[in-house]
Design a protein around this ligand. Structure first.
Ligand code: SAM
Length: 255
């Protein structure tokens, strides 16, 4: 690690070779396949992708990195294109004619926003492998009846098959973060798991999970009647974290 970390860009560089190897195995890069990498930093993951012969399109916000990365890439047959850009401001789906894999050890401060950016066009990606805070990965992979079930889990599970792969301890990075991270895999579905209108579902989720401790009959007042809620087999006394994805979609379809 040659360059000092920039905290405001959420920089914690991976240094543990064993962990890097396990993440590369999870991505399973193939010769000549195109892979999009968000936040390559100094190339801890990029190198393994290029070594396997993959062609990497990297999006990095730190202007110090393109030079370091381009130099590293000279050794490998896989090609590297570095876009000096903010992954929040570009449409990730337009970077390549998909579906392609998208990967990254994401900056913690904007990790979920980057994930949502990728999920805007799930069909553009064959697989996503991301490192995020352990607590965020638990929300992504949650199901109903778990305290972690909320808007993030609902959206991710509506659009993809999610799976937590493994935890990564602070000792795997320089500088060491204060928290444990996890690797999560999302495999986008061809179409959303249940029929719904995104705007209506978003509205329902904001209302229901915005006041998580309240019963649905209170949090959805003015949105749905108690009768409408019970007609689809959900108790108006239920709290949102106990309601399944299918029933949340059904409720939103009544709006
Ligand atoms: N992949 C490297 C590694 O594992 O060592 C670096 C990971 S570090 C946690 C996150 C990286 O994302 C940094 O290189 C940072 O500069 C970059 N980054 C932060 N915000 C970004 C954004 N909005 N768009 C693109 N890259 C960003």
């Amino acid at each position: 690690m040659n360059l000092p970390a920039n905290k405001s860009l959420g920089q914690n560089f991976l240094t543990d070779k064993n962990i890097i190897g396990r993440i590369i195995s999870a991505i399973n890069p193939q010769e000549n396949e195109t892979i999009i990498e968000i936040g390559p930093g100094q190339g801890a993951l990029t190198e393994g992708l290029l070594k396997a012969g993959a062609n990497v399109i990297a999006i990095e916000k730190d202007e110090r990195m393109p030079e370091v990365l381009t130099k590293m890439a000279e050794k490998y047959t896989g090609t590297l294109t570095v876009n000096l850009a903010d992954a929040l401001k570009i449409n990730l789906a337009t970077l390549h004619n998909g579906p392609v894999k998208i990967v990254g050890n994401l900056p913690y401060n904007v990790g979920t926003q980057i994930l949502f950016n990728a999920l805007k066009n799930p069909q553009s990606f064959s697989k996503m492998v991301f490192m995020l805070q352990k607590e965020v990965v638990e929300r992504i992979t949650a199901t109903h009846e778990s305290k972690n079930w909320g808007r993030l889990g609902v959206k991710c599970n509506l659009l993809s098959n999610t799976q937590k792969l493994f935890d990564v301890p602070p000792s795997a990075f320089y500088p060491k973060p204060k928290i444990t991270s996890s690797i999560v895999e999302l495999v986008p579905l061809k179409r959303p798991r249940y029929e719904m209108e995104e705007k209506k579902l978003d509205h329902l989720l904001r209302k229901a999970f915005g006041q998580k401790r309240k019963m649905l009959r209170a949090s959805l007042k003015g949105v749905l009647t108690e009768q409408q809620i019970s007609d689809i087999g959900v108790s108006p006394q239920a709290r949102p974290e106990t309601v399944s994805l299918e029933n949340l979609c059904k409720l939103s379809n009544l709006i």
